[in-house]
Design a protein around this ligand. Sequence first.
Ligand code: SF4
Length: 489
Amino acid sequence: MKMSPEELADLVEAHLDDRFHDECGVVGIHGHPEAAKIAYLGLYALQHRGQESCGIVSAPGGAQRQSVHRGMGLVADVFNERILGQLEGRSAIGHVRYSTAGGSSLVNAQPFCATTDAGAIAIAHNGNLVNALPIRRELEGRGAIFSTTADSEVIVQLLARSREHLPEERLIDALSRLKGAFSLVMMTSDALVAARDARGFRPLSLGRLDGAWVFASETCALDLIGATHERDVEPGEVIVIRRGRLRSLRPFKKEEEKFCIFENIYFARPDSNLNGNNVYTFRKELGRTLAREHPVAADVVVPVLDSGNTAAMGYAEESGIPYEQAMIRNHYVRRTFIEPTQSIRHFGVKVKHNAVRGVLNGKRVILVDDSIVRGTTLTKIVNMLRAAGANEVHLRISSPPTIGPCHYGIDTPTREELIAANHSIEEICAMLGADSLGYLSLDGLRGCGRALKHGFCDACFSDDYPVATTEEGPPPQLSLFRSVGSEDD
Ligand code: SF4
């Protein structure tokens, strides 16, 4: 069967995309002579949080003028020395954004800029606002004209209409109307403001660099730029930095903390610390717990690269079964392929992964991954391990079955598309072609989570959603208003 280039691209896209995805990462810096370059490096470290588009806005202190550059693609492709040289000023904010398929549009790239009667502002937002749609409709009914299809623009529109005086007061006024998840940075002509919703769904860290203040979604960005990690922005906290001085505000009603546990399971980089907890250490503990819950006689523990790496190490340590990297990942996969010959079948998954026959031949394999979304990728990987000589393949998943979509800033398939929402574990095991399948239990996850010493959201595993949605199953941030269409690129 001959595949067209489009079918090939879809196949590869499907196996690249069979995961939950973070939708955004943000950085902000105040009081540094090379603020835009620092923002660029910060975004570089946060690239895993969004690969569709990115942008940086900078501002000379005290001036109303802002310089902006946004583009489609990776940070390293969108910016160069010349562009960064044009982004003058001692303050800058930046954003990386993930796209759902078909939702690519430069118009939605952040940071968003606006001129209000309180001055020029720019905002970069990570999260998902569950009541953005009714608020947008209300504002449009009062004559507002939206120029993007992203829910984040609702914040800008509300802020512009606020009757408060200072920009940070306007921001608080706007955010008070919104439900859901926001970890954001806002730059004004003389201040940098960071805010986190009262439940603290998404991470946001505060650091210092040569006397400047830095905000970043994850501490790995602070590490790259050489900043010290001072602390995290607390859930419900608004931090205003003006003329080098930090002011902490607590304007929102206190809520139970609901940090996204999936950040610890998969999204965040293992070298990041989230709310004071190292991601790598947490993932290893998930693997250890998984080994206790689902032991099986086997010869090797093999991770799905890179998502299962750390949990597989934990599983191997706890079980005493050797850890082997029996799959090799091609790190240079892109969407553009030359059509293969008709004789090369099922090549799709091999573009990204290949099995090491010398390790797998004749072995009983425990294959560890962090989650199963649709199951399309794992089916191919299980087949690949068998083709490389594995006698048995036992799948172990370091999170509970994902039975619901996320409404708080993660791009997820619909409930209908989630394999665990529609099939028993026995059925999934058969569909994936594995000899056995074991998921970490919800109790096991919550047991590991208790060590984090803060509350967390596990709604996509438990169906216990901490913030009710105003509409049945609202789409994620990036497709919220997709019907508006795209001005491109
Ligand atoms: S529903 Fe899942 S992905 Fe979304 S915030 Fe909660 S734990 Fe994270």
